[in-house]
Write a protein that binds this ligand. Structure first.
Ligand SMILES: Cc1cc2nc3c(=O)[nH]c(=O)nc-3n(C[C@H](O)[C@H](O)[C@H](O)COP(=O)(O)OP(=O)(O)OC[C@H]3O[C@@H](n4cnc5c(N)ncnc54)[C@H](O)[C@@H]3O)c2cc1C
Length: 371
């Protein structure tokens, strides 16, 4: 195990890595640029493999205590006619098949654990300079500190400045042609599993996130990537939900006054190996940002942390451990990004439902494999 580690970015990837490395005996500093360490208020699906990874980080019970767990889903036509039942089974004994939670709840569990295990967290702080000298990385931060580390982990998200610093020619995030609308609503009576409504180039889904609430997502084809003013978002979403059946009209009724609407154009990024230069390594969205079609971006971020901690714990040369880490992660993360993009393309172009279902099933089967 390495002695002194800096984690840049206090998102799901950075916090998971900080917790595991600190528990493994490293002295860990974490710098997060947001002085308030906030996260936006949408729901997040935690699939079986993600639940397995959260268990490895030691936070599964705390997350599920405030989230929701369920099994399976139902697919409907746009107007609400039944199309198919989806079944999901747990990836391992003792883990629910699927779960959901509000992002602020997951963030609170991870950030409280990060502090409890003794990670030194500095908020409102970014990295100004990284310099590698032999086996040490010298880091200057925006709060005037100069410290030396054995390992630096860039977990600073899709627009990672650590990535730009170590890979100046890395690919830029790419817009996929879709945008995702999300909101939070009360669960209607009897709602206890995922619901999906297939509306041509628009798709609406609902997932539980707590005993009382669910989140809705709507995927829209937006080839021009329009800017939508905050004030105009409720009316636009209200219009997009027109014509959908099932439980959608009940939610649509309250959309104009719903304060939880979140709009996000979908961008992806896949960094080819290597993911490290010397003793600076990237994890999470900084190297593999995906669309939500397989609900696995956060899961991949947590898995990165688990595998990185495992490889470092094997001891020996640190750079060799970072190469083994990337070797174990790249194909799996590439599969998630590429298959998610393809699922989005099929939605945007009205592609074959058969291809969509086959790709979805193959991806889920692959994700269930041990990491
Ligand atoms: C619409 C949408 C829906 C999604 N739904 C799901 C889902 O249901 N399930 C799922 O598993 N995944 C989902 N994802 C993916 C998931 O949100 C991401 O994969 C995950 O948040 C990535 O975590 P991260 O820690 O790598 O990056 P981030 O969450 O982006 O965290 C990066 C952190 O670094 C900080 N930071 C940035 N720059 C610096 C800097 N220079 N210095 C210090 N700190 C810095 C940021 O403030 C932030 O706190 C979804 C994504 C989208 C877009």
């Amino acid at each position: 195990m390495v002695g002194k580690v800096l984690v840049i970015g206090g998102g799901i990837a950075g916090m998971s890595a900080a917790i595991l490395l600190r528990r493994g005996g490293a002295a860990v500093d974490l710098v997060e640029m947001d002085p308030a360490w906030r996260v936006y208020g949408a729901g997040i699906t935690i699939t079986g493999p993600t639940l397995r990874a959260l268990r490895a980080v030691g936070v599964l019970d705390a997350v599920l205590a405030q989230g929701a767990a369920w099994s399976g889903g139902t697919v409907f036509s746009k107007t609400g006619e039944f199309i198919a039942d989806l079944s999901t089974t747990p990836v391992e004994e003792g883990i629910p098949a699927t779960g959901g939670v509000m992002r602020p709840v997951l963030h609170a569990v991870l950030s409280e654990t990060t502090r409890q295990v003794g990670v030194d967290v500095r908020l409102g702080v970014t990295v100004e300079a990284l310099h590698q000298a032999g086996e040490a990385v010298e880091v200057a931060t925006s709060d005037g500190e100069q410290r030396t580390y054995d390992l630096v982990i860039g977990a600073d998200g899709i627009f990672s400045t650590t990535r730009k610093a170590i890979f100046p020619d890395a690919p830029e995030p790419r817009f996929t042609g879709q945008a995702c609308w999300r909101l939070l609503a009360e669960r209607p009576p009897g709602f206890d599993r995922s619901h999906f409504y297939m509306g041509g180039d628009k798709k609406i889904g609902f997932n539980p996130v707590s005993p009382t609430h669910m989140y809705m997502f709507l995927l829209e084809h937006t080839p021009d990537d329009p800017w939508i003013d905050l004030a105009d978002q409720p009316a636009r979403l209200h219009a997009l939900m027109e014509g959908f059946g099932g439980i959608v009209p009940g939610i649509r009724e309250g959309v104009l006054a719903n304060p939880t609407i979140n709009y996000r154009p979908l961008k992806i990024l896949l960094q080819p190996p290597p993911w490290n230069v010397g003793r600076v390594v990237l994890i999470g969205d900084a190297v593999h940002a995906t669309t939500p079609h397989l609900a696995s971006g956060a899961g991949m971020a947590v898995e990165d942390a688990v595998v990185l901690a495992e490889e470092l714990a094997r001891g020996g040369d640190v750079e060799a451990a970072l190469e083994r880490f990337t070797g174990r992660r790249f194909d799996r993360c590439r599969m998630v990004v590429e298959n998610s993009v393809r699922l989005g393309e099929l939605e945007m172009t009205g592609g074959s439902p058969q291809e969509h279902n086959t790709l979805m099933a193959a991806s889920i089967t692959a994700l269930r494999q041990a990491i």
